[in-house]
Write a protein of this length. Sequence first.
Lengths: 244, 207, 207, 227, 227
Amino acid sequence: KKKEPNSSEKSTQNSFISVAAAANLRDVLEDLKQIYIKENPDKKVEITFGSSGLLVQQILNGAPFDLFLSADTQFPEKLKSAGKNYGNPKIYAYGKVVLWSLKKNVSKGLDLLQNLEINKIAIANPELAPYGKNTVEALKKSGLYSKIENKIVWAENISQVAQFASTGNADVGFIALSNAKNKEMMRRGNFYELSEKECAPIAQSGIVLKGKSQTEAQDFFDFINSEKANEIWKRYGYQTKISK
Amino acid sequence: MIEIQIRHQIFTSSGNKFLEVDERISEGSFVHVSGDSGIGKTTFFKVLSGLVVPDFGFIKLNDKILLDTANKIFLPPQKRNISLMFQNYALFPNMTVKQNIAFAQTEKDENIVDELLEKFALKTFENTSPSKLSGGQQQRVALARTLAQNAEIVLLDEPFSAVDIAMRKVMLNELLEFNKNNNSTFFVISHSEEEFESFSTYNLNII
Amino acid sequence: MIEIQIRHQIFTSSGNKFLEVDERISEGSFVHVSGDSGIGKTTFFKVLSGLVVPDFGFIKLNDKILLDTANKIFLPPQKRNISLMFQNYALFPNMTVKQNIAFAQTEKDENIVDELLEKFALKTFENTSPSKLSGGQQQRVALARTLAQNAEIVLLDEPFSAVDIAMRKVMLNELLEFNKNNNSTFFVISHSEEEFESFSTYNLNII
Amino acid sequence: MLDQDFIYTLLLTGKLALITTVILILIGIPVAYWLSYSRFKLKFIAETLISMPMVLPPTVMGYYLLVAFSPENAFGDFLQKYCDVRLAFSFQGIVIASIIANLPFMIQPLQNGFSALNDDLRQASYTMGKSKIVTLFKVLIPNIKKSVITGIALTFAHCIGEFGIVIMVGGNIPKETRIASVAIYDQVQALNFEAANRYAFVLFILSFLILLLIYSINRKTNFTTFR
Amino acid sequence: MLDQDFIYTLLLTGKLALITTVILILIGIPVAYWLSYSRFKLKFIAETLISMPMVLPPTVMGYYLLVAFSPENAFGDFLQKYCDVRLAFSFQGIVIASIIANLPFMIQPLQNGFSALNDDLRQASYTMGKSKIVTLFKVLIPNIKKSVITGIALTFAHCIGEFGIVIMVGGNIPKETRIASVAIYDQVQALNFEAANRYAFVLFILSFLILLLIYSINRKTNFTTFR
Ligand SMILES: Nc1ncnc2c1ncn2[C@@H]1O[C@H](COP(=O)(O)OP(=O)(O)OP(=O)(O)O)[C@@H](O)[C@H]1O
Ligand SMILES: Nc1ncnc2c1ncn2[C@@H]1O[C@H](COP(=O)(O)OP(=O)(O)OP(=O)(O)O)[C@@H](O)[C@H]1O
Ligand SMILES: [Mg+2]
Ligand SMILES: [Mg+2]
């Protein structure tokens, strides 16, 4: 605990795994890490959270990460085509979209959006965030999109949507189920979970990267995908399988 | 009639001392203020003009009370109609010579500015920044500016220290003429006593 | 022997003019520099001390060439061993009176500093910031500081303009004594000609 | 080379920077004046407070503003009910955010300027019967021109580049709150490097030209004779 | 109230801010000196260039630095091969990034200070035989103390709060590049608002105290007699 290896030691000490993960995985991964370390006391796992896009930038420019857990499936493909990979991209979880509100009762579902009391609807930028992309697709499919288009405020990512909605500046917002299950978000507001039919779940994939700790990283990634981990994922609002 | 009573503690070469003035001076006088270096002449001017509030002070100009510390009356410098020529000139670097002089006028009158420029041999520099002038030239600008203000009381802090003898004569005459024509009261600090003996109507020696 | 040849264009009240000096002055002289206001006296001092580079100039102090524009020789102010008392004093606000004087010394000697403080009646203010002094007091600090430097050539730009007559005598005597003891050459700009007539060994009138 | 959207975005950025800078001059001058001339003993505490917007990460600062602007909150509620303004997601909102974020960049140079000025100038103007206002505008400000220019340039430049607080308060609404720095950031996030480079290049050149203009006002050198 | 991690993070933040400020003083004084006293006609272009790091969004600026530092690149490769330093994701890297980002905050106030100083002081010192270096340290710098303090305070505060460029170049590695502003940002992103509040509060108070200390050095008022 006292002596943390620094970057130069990392290369020599193979039991050290450096993970880059999408910011919304923070709580669940911390939990998974604790369990993994308890089982493998000789291993060290260090997780850096950030926006998937920025983490990919860093990896492309030589960041010393061994495993990348993206919030989508595109970024790991990009890393693969850049030849940074050790293994192949693999989906580790699916996220679900929920409609969340601080004050309004959203239990009735999407129809509420047309309500005149709803002025601002926060959605993540579909060009940057897969949750935003799937939300927009869902709204288009239901025919609601054109009716509420002028109420939408675009956020950079789902965290920001959650901030807009949880402070009451946006009346409702589309966030991830995992966000909605956060302690503070649970306490503050209520949410409606969009069914798989209403909105396609968001596949999130990860990829093991080339490097000195690639085999250890693969082991950790396998653990994340194991049956044992399923329970944890569910608790935090992720699915590990979807009905095809 | 100008009534002045001041008592103000200052720190001089011989330790703490009181600057004490108690005078009644009739309007239109030409007062020569003298005293050792550091005795409080400049401070006296700053008290008159309202830039320094003395420990105790009473100043009355005809019926107008400018200062009465006992009754907490303090007319700010802006309302005293007293002009002051600073020992270090305090010319405004952002204005030309002409603008400096014109700025001081309460009633704008370009003719007067031109006249002053002419008399003090400053015409050539009217559009120059005062920072580009020689010491004596700057002093002349400062004097012209103070006169341009046309105040009831004119305070001049060593107005001739940096000019040559010929120019000094010109300036002095200008002052006297101004003094007579406008019936304004002049207080002039100067170390060359002889020069003033002949025409000063009052001698105020600060000790 | 000090050889001075200067030709430098300046802008005066009568338009552009050449400041021209061509003199040979023996070491240890006490030179009284006179001339109309704005004629170029201060500029002449700045050329001597190296703060202004003239259009044409040649200055030689014994065998040392300080300036020779024709041959592109220019000794910077730091290397000329010429001290200059500025017309506006240029005292350092970050230092006390004593520190100002001590700073100028090339060889530190606290006794000399104390002596100067004593002679110019500045002892009481030795730990005061110069910004808190009266005009005359500041001028005395500036003079003391210039003497403390103990340079071969001492340039004084109106050193007595702000002090009273008694103090002026003290300072003048101090200068003369210094001039004799150290065999340094003094150039003094002053408008009170009479005062200098009796003891200046040379008169340099700039026209 | 640039799409229409980005041109709108640039115009909006310019508008935000201009409005912020102008308002900050209007706020900055009296505040800096007070900080310089007041004899209030504890004004160094005020100086410290003015710097404080800088120590919080802009996005976090933005989050707190969101909380303050929220209609759930007394302040935000008051604004919405009685003034019919909603600060979040509006141009007004990002102007306010941007003013807070840039406060120190305007006030600090101005205050420095006033303090460095010889106090005799102010006193001389007063003895000429000039009011404090006339003195401020005719004597003090013209003599701290360099400080004013520094304040304007720092504020302007920071306003262009700092988007954390803006994006947090304003979201990313085209023609309303989407400024150039956000657009560039988005392109970098989406790994569209070429678009990002193109945008950044244009922003850089335009800002360079504007700043060049601001600084060139100040060009004349003060040291003519001495080498 | 605070976990051990956050204490490490605070220490790292302090270290970064301190090192950046010290290096920037060392760089800033000569640069500002040159900008103030050089008679080079085009120096307003240099002034403009110094402000330019501000107009790009910090993350984007960080992105360009990341590319420059990348071992995929000639410069980064050279550093790694021949000097055995890797700038990206290391403490050295974020120091360099932070220096670039804060350049204008140190240089501008210093330059303003030098320019506002009466040039006679410098000339007087020269005629006393004092070298340029002695003059700089004994005469010029002590007389622009207020500007130096402003420069230090602005740099320090901005260094604490600005994380965009740091997170991009340094990632988010505990004890190496993870500074407090990044930690707070992380907590906000993870919607752990209470933890974020707690962290922000501590950071705010600590910065407040340090800035208070810096500004209080400057406290003495210059206007004693005049009301
Ligand atoms: N910094 C400057 N820049 C440009 N011109 C200047 C500057 N200083 C002085 N001058 C001009 O050069 C001329 C000579 O000035 P100088 O200061 O040498 O005169 P002086 O003989 O010392 O006068 P005085 O007795 O009034 O001090 C003046 O006419 C003045 O206008
Ligand atoms: N700003 C100031 N702060 C504190 N003390 C000052 C200040 N200005 C002057 N003094 C002190 O007050 C005393 C009187 O100063 P004042 O300037 O009034 O003298 P003075 O009679 O005008 O002298 P001089 O003929 O030398 O100009 C001096 O001893 C000086 O030390
Ligand atoms: Mg005086
Ligand atoms: Mg002169």
